[in-house]
Design a protein around this ligand. Sequence first.
Ligand code: MG
Length: 157
Amino acid sequence: MGHGYDIHRLAGGRPLMIGGVRVPAEQGAVGHSDADVLLHAIVDAILGALKAGDIGRHYPDTDPAWRGADSTRFAQETAARARDAGWKLVNLDATVLLERPKLAGHIPDIERTVAECLDVVTDRVNVKAATNEGLDAVGEGRAIACHAVVLLARRHR
Ligand code: MG
């Protein structure tokens, strides 16, 4: 099993990418890549389960190659790394913390896109959304954060 966490500041004039889906919003996430917190947390969770370090090691934000990068690529490559090492994804659960907009209507799209990135059926991917009840930077609408956990299993013994 592996756990991932990510947080990005929010600012105007940026797209809000969540799980590879562009969510209409007044503010988007600020980052070196497309700042997709959900995909970043998922990548970290998979890398953690593989004992393969973290996203910063594989896709350093000091590398110009990743400026504005589409994070679906990070997720696809990381899922492929797990498969190549003989693992399959049993399931994934994630919670996106965002004060606004409400994400409920986007969850099916997000789950489908994440599952496609990871090359698994949608039934294995669960994404939840919550606010931070007005508390701290997320609650004040200044940041978006995400927690993710994944379970991997050996493909054959
Ligand atoms: Mg990130």
